[in-house]
Design a protein around this ligand. Structure first.
Ligand SMILES: [Zn+2]
Length: 249
């Protein structure tokens, strides 16, 4: 009896969210990315304006963003970790590579795939000859670390205000290897994250000359990656606090 108790205490269980963040950050650190952390309470400029989000964009709506009182101060709970990239670029001269893990907040109803609080890891690389091909190489390395060496990815055009051009990254379905099955909605591919080349307006806005420098950026939803990796179909399980859930990992 005593021996069993001792064994249980010695067995360490890392929460799937923590483990995914650790895997992404350590893989990027090996590729020369340094960790940059930000603040969860942010101002409207760093969360939206500096990221080229239009003034009338629905994301700024009370229904999507947690605004803090008094409303006149225009403070909010950040809706993504891209604000860290803006704050870093305001203070540092390129070239640089940074990775920013953190909590973000959305004012939405919770269901199997939505939580009001979740985790993102964003990456940013700015240099003289930064390209989409490099972005693809970096993301392949990260996704192989998470999902195994046979990961294949593809880039599709996508729209995010912060990047131009923007791309959606899909990963080949690990269950059917591209032929289509219920797990991938019969697409053969699963959307995993958004990325793109940093919009020149964003670079110029923080005082980096876009004629001289280019950058790529990507943002990963950690809960989504955890659900894919561990076959979890309800995001709320990740926060249930049920120890039996945590002990499976
Ligand atoms: Zn499939």
């Amino acid at each position: 009896m005593q021996k069993d108790d001792k064994n249980n205490q010695n067995k360490k269980h890392t929460h799937p969210i923590t483990r995914i963040i650790q895997d992404i950050v350590s893989t990027l650190a090996d590729l020369g990315f340094e960790v940059a952390l930000g603040q969860e309470i942010e101002d409207e400029y760093h969360n939206f304006d500096a990221l080229n989000v239009p003034k009338d964009h629905p994301a700024r709506d009370m229904q999507d963003t947690f605004w803090l009182k008094p409303l006149s101060a225009r403070k909010l709970l950040r809706t993504q970790t891209s604000d860290v990239q803006i704050r870093f670029m305001e203070k540092n001269k390129p070239p640089f590579r940074i990775v920013s893990p953190g909590k973000v907040f959305r004012n939405e109803a919770t269901d199997a795939t939505h939580e009001v609080q979740f985790h993102q890891v964003e990456g940013l690389m700015v240099g003289k000859d930064v390209s989409l091909a490099q972005l693809k190489g970096v993301l392949e390395t990260v996704l192989k670390k998470l999902f195994g060496d046979d990961v294949q990815i593809r880039l599709r055009p996508g729209y995010f205000p912060f990047v131009e051009p923007g791309v959606e990254i899909d990963m080949i379905c690990s269950k059917c290897h591209g032929t289509g099955c219920p797990a991938c909605g019969h697409n053969g591919w699963i959307e995993v994250l958004g990325a793109g080349m940093v919009n020149p307006k964003v670079l110029n806005g923080v005082g980096i000359d876009s004629r001289e420098w280019q950058g790529f950026a990507f943002g990963m939803g950690v809960e989504r990656l955890a659900m894919l990796k561990y076959g979890i179909d309800d995001v709320r399980l990740l926060y249930s606090g049920d120890l039996r859930f945590g002990e499976q990992f």
